[in-house]
Write a protein that binds this ligand. Structure first.
Ligand SMILES: *Cc1c(COP(=O)(O)O)cnc(C)c1O
Length: 340
């Protein structure tokens, strides 16, 4: 049985959080002499520590109660908070799959947590037999599943089985879910008290510079995230950028459609090229492609000022290509035609 109190680090469970000035008095009107702010300027006041306006819009849009939403300084902050909340340094372990998003590794190392990496199979899916063996590992607290997966692009099957069989936390990283036809795991929150779904404004919402990530989970988990986060972790400018994006869904849908149409165009154009051996199916805004020689092709593209992501050291001879604007994609194809 999943029991959150057994999974959260004891020091975090008993933590008395910092109580900010805006915590202790959050009314809108008054003469504010409580936070040592400067009375002059336009960005002189601390932002809402709990980002209520942004959460209200998200709550209505996703049909998720407000108290089940946490906003982070990018979803990278959410990954780091998950390690800090659930894994005692030098003792507890976390698990993810390979190949996947590199920040799980870095964040684990920073937090001195051993990250076990299970290889995905040839279709970049979880090998269930291998996975079941890992459930016996002691002190395993946290599993990261990136779906759609970066860098392979596919959605991961059978996540629900893991939610049912693992008594720790399962964090499903849905950074690319807006590009996918598959349903988000948000719809499973009610069923699984051990589920955290993370999403971001950095990809489909076009706000990578703003650093706004979201964690959705049941309230006991969200309350602990709120206790541990820095008091004003999302700036006012960034909260406003996310609110503006949510209030402009016409542009969101329009741009997303262009990107998805361009992905199809790019797949077709890439298939014609002799240096491309394989294009993996993608539910995201990028394509993982196997080339005749990734290191050489990557460098030949750089010399023509087209920058892709060389993934050769994690998936043999593969490069990851982000779907760009029509002009950018044409530049890529032109440059690839000059490669050997
Ligand atoms: C890009 C990416 C993120 C980063 O999200 P931020 O909100 O920009 O921190 C998280 N997870 C995956 C899998 C990504 O590819």
């Amino acid at each position: 049985m999943f029991n959150l109190e057994n999974i959260v680090r004891k020091n975090i469970l008993h933590l008395m959080p910092y109580s900010s000035a805006r915590n202790e008095f959050s009314g809108k009107k008054g003469t504010f002499l409580d936070a040592n702010e400067n009375p002059f300027g336009t960005l002189n006041r601390y932002p809402d520590p709990y980002q209520m306006e942004l959460k209200q819009i998200l709550s209505a849009y996703k049909s998720i109660p407000l108290e089940n939403i946490f906003i982070g300084n990018g979803s990278d902050e959410i990954i780091d908070l998950a390690f800090r909340i659930f894994c005692t340094p030098g003792k507890d372990k976390a698990l993810t799959f390979s190949p996947t998003y590199g920040m799980y590794d870095v964040s684990a190392a920073i937090n001195e947590v051993e990250l076990i990496k299970l290889p995905l199979n040839d279709s970049f899916q979880i090998n269930q037999e291998e996975f079941e063996k890992t459930l016996k590992i002691t002190n395993l607290k946290l599993i990261f599943i990136c779906s759609p997966n970066n860098p392979s692009g596919n959605c991961i099957d059978n996540i629900e089985k893991i939610l049912q069989n693992f008594n720790g936390i399962v964090l499903v990283d849905e950074a690319y879910i807006d590009f996918s036809k598959q349903e988000s795991y948000l719809s499973k929150l009610k069923q699984y008290p051990n589920l955290i779904v993370s999403q971001t404004f950095s990809k489909a919402w076009g706000l990578a510079a703003a650093r706004v990530g979201i964690a959705y989970a049941n309230n006991p988990i969200i309350s602990i995230f709120n206790k541990v986060k820095p008091p004003y972790n999302v700036s006012k400018l960034n909260q406003e950028a996310a609110i503006d994006a949510l209030n402009n869904k016409v542009d969101f849908e329009k741009n997303k459609k262009i990107i998805l149409d361009q992905k199809k165009w790019l797949e077709q154009a890439l298939m014609e090229l002799p240096v491309i051996k394989k294009i993996y199916p993608s539910d995201a805004n990028f394509l993982l492609v196997e080339t005749t020689n990734a290191n050489s092709i990557y460098n030949q593209l750089v010399s023509q000022q087209v920058i892709t992501r060389n993934r050769n050291n994690i998936v043999n001879n593969c490069i990851r290509i982000t779907v760009g604007s029509p002009a950018e994609n044409q530049q890529l194809i032109n440059a690839l035609k000059n490669t050997i």
